[in-house]
Design a binder for this molecule. Structure first.
Ligand code: NDP
Length: 307
């Protein structure tokens, strides 16, 4: 059976940063890219807020660069999905694509989180062309334009308030007759004049043309339909951390994110470290994911040295 020192699961900024650091530390990491090579950033367009890129960079290009950088130091980057893993004893044993077995002294979990979408065909069609699940990433492209945000939680309220500072008008589409967000967040929304909250409304269809989104058709619970002319359609209906294979093995928090010891990447299993969105329900940024990939690599390196 193949045996490696460090197995990295996931290929977003957290996974690749962990690969860069562990390969430079001569730990010969093997990284499996997972279902979505390059992670969530490959679904965004331009990234303007990652330090070091004054002109911005596309998500795809940034991930290609991170991949190349990891390869340059000898990381073994492979296509494949970890379909099963046993973390009950060391060395840990993982199964790749249901067939290949691999043993690892240490594991860095960087499987990320996925934004939830409504599941409409039109929403999928305009993804990256006006449909986005990250206002911090994409809001700037809609400055002085009208946009809509779906959701009634803290994220939706936070994103609506952020967008309101850039955009002309923000519709907040809420399916219930109340916001689930904290009171403070609700007040911010209600006190922002260019946010219009549409309670008891659902999205029927995202409207658009070859250039991208041009509007959204909403329907009230009373059955009234209305088209809102918007250019940006933001989903804020939650994320789900990608933890399926680790369930029952790593301690998770009440929202399903991997629990780590505060200030570290150490999970409930010694020798298993977590980095990026899979352990972070709050910040979810490329730069914070990369930072936590570095932390995981250093924690992992020090732990291996102490063994
Ligand atoms: P939440 O699960 O709290 O909220 C999701 C929202 O989306 C709810 O209003 C929900 O509606 C709505 N929703 C879900 N599915 C659909 C759908 N199919 N159609 C329409 N609406 C839908 O997720 P958040 O991302 O907002 O927050 C996650 C966690 O992170 C929370 O604990 C939150 O408090 C925390 N957080 C804290 C922040 C802060 O403190 N600054 C900032 C951001 C998040 P319904 O209410 O009807 O279920």
């Amino acid at each position: 059976m193949e045996k490696v020192k460090v197995l990295i699961v996931g290929s977003g900024p957290a996974g690749f940063t962990a690969a860069i650091y562990t390969s430079r530390a001569n730990l010969s990491p093997v990284l499996y890219e997972g279902i979505e090579p390059g992670g969530q950033l490959t679904t965004t367009t331009e990234i303007e807020n990652f330090p070091g890129y004054p002109e911005g960079i596309t998500g795809t290009l940034m991930m290609e660069d991170l991949r190349k950088q990891a390869l340059r130091f000898g990381a073994d980057v492979r296509r494949g999905i970890i379909t099963d893993i046993d973390l009950s004893k060391r060395p840990f044993k993982a199964i790749v694509d249901h067939e290949h077995e691999i043993e690892a002294d240490a594991v860095i979990v960087a499987t990320g989180a996925s934004a939830k979408y409504l599941g409409l065909e039109s929403e999928a069609k305009y993804r990256g062309m006006g449909v986005s699940a990250c206002a911090t990433c994409d809001g700037f492209f809609y400055r002085k334009k009208d946009v809509a945000v779906v959701g009634g939680g803290d994220t939706a309220c936070e994103e609506a308030t952020y967008l309101a500072s850039i955009c002309r008008k923000v519709y907040l589409i809420v399916r219930k007759n109340y916001l689930r967000a904290s009171k403070a967040m609700q007040e911010r929304v209600f006190n922002t004049p260019n946010i219009e909250v549409l309670f008891e409304h659902n999205t029927k269809e995202v409207l658009g043309d070859e250039e991208g989104v041009t509007g959204v058709r909403v329907v009230s619970t009373a059955g009234e339909e209305r088209d809102l002319p918007i250019m940006g359609f933001f989903l804020a209906i939650g994320h789900h951390p990608n933890v399926e294979v680790f369930k029952g093995q790593l301690e998770l928090d009440e929202q399903g994110y991997i629990k780590v010891q505060p200030g570290t990447s150490k999970t409930s299993v010694e020798g298993v470290f977590a980095a990026g969105d899979v352990k972070d329900p709050h910040y979810r940024q490329a730069i914070t994911a990369a930072g936590s990939g570095c932390i995981a690599a250093l924690d992992c390196e020090r732990w291996l040295l102490a063994q």
